[in-house]
Design a protein around this ligand. Structure first.
Ligand code: C5P
Length: 218
């Protein structure tokens, strides 16, 4: 069977990471969460200052570690930052940090290296357009802002964060607006991407749909 790369892009909280992780598990592929990489650089900038982040960019090491349980941990310079990169502060600052050209160049290069040997499911905002323009399967995952905010609310509450639906909806829409209007690699559907609106779909339905599309390519 041919081994392919799968690019999954879309706005915030569209369910990309949940689905990407499941699809990768089913195909025995590796899952790469590019958002976690931008979040890690943002955490570094918050801890050390933006200037130092730029000065040390090439020494910022980001790794993914798969656990036997199926969970994935994120390591920033050998420190486990899996939970820290989901903080409110990181979420509020990540789009700004992700709009810097030097940051994008550095991370896109790292992402391309990770995908070099194929067998990757990578999710983000510019995977199908910029990181892996030759990916054999590209999905652009959409869902209504209401559905996305409701899904994110459940996740945040599970993490013990008290937030309300209105604030979350506002944050999600602001982040999308910023990501769509930035100069370099804005969030946009690749011309050859399959548009999947998951508003009315269950996780299982979305997963089956992508697996079916992937099996047509292998
Ligand atoms: O996917 P997640 O919501 O964790 O991404 C956090 C932020 O990282 C996005 O809002 C976006 O600003 C940035 N990002 C990006 N390009 C990617 C992935 C994420 O600019 N490929």
């Amino acid at each position: 069977m041919k081994i392919i790369n799968i690019a999954i892009d879309g706005p915030a909280a569209a369910g990309k990471s949940t689905i990407s992780r499941r699809v990768a598990g089913r195909l025995n592929y590796m899952y790469i969460d590019t958002g976690a990489m931008y979040r890690s650089v943002t955490l570094y900038a918050l801890n050390h200052g933006t200037e130092q982040m730029f000065d040390n960019l090439n020494r910022i090491d980001i790794r993914f570690k798969n656990e036997d349980s199926g969970n994935q941990r994120v390591l920033l310079n050998n420190e486990d930052v899996t939970e820290a990169i989901r903080s409110k502060e990181v979420t509020a600052n990540v789009s700004k940090v992700a709009s810097y050209e030097a940051v994008r160049t550095y991370l896109v290069n790292m992402q391309q290296q990770l995908a070099d040997e194929k067998g990757i499911v990578m999710d983000g905002r510019d995977v199908g357009t910029t990181v892996l323009p030759d990916a054999e399967l590209k999905i652009f995952m959409q869902a209504s802002p209401k559905v996305r905010a409701e899904r994110r609310l459940i996740e945040e509450r599970e993490r013990g964060n008290q937030v309300d639906l209105e604030t979350l909806t506002k944050q999600i829409m602001e982040r999308d607006e910023f990501d769509m209007s930035r100069e370099i690699s804005p969030l946009v559907q690749a011309e050859d991407a399959f548009l999947l609106d998951t508003s009315e779909m269950t996780i299982e339905e979305v997963e089956s749909c992508i697996i079916k599309l992937a099996l047509e390519k292998v």
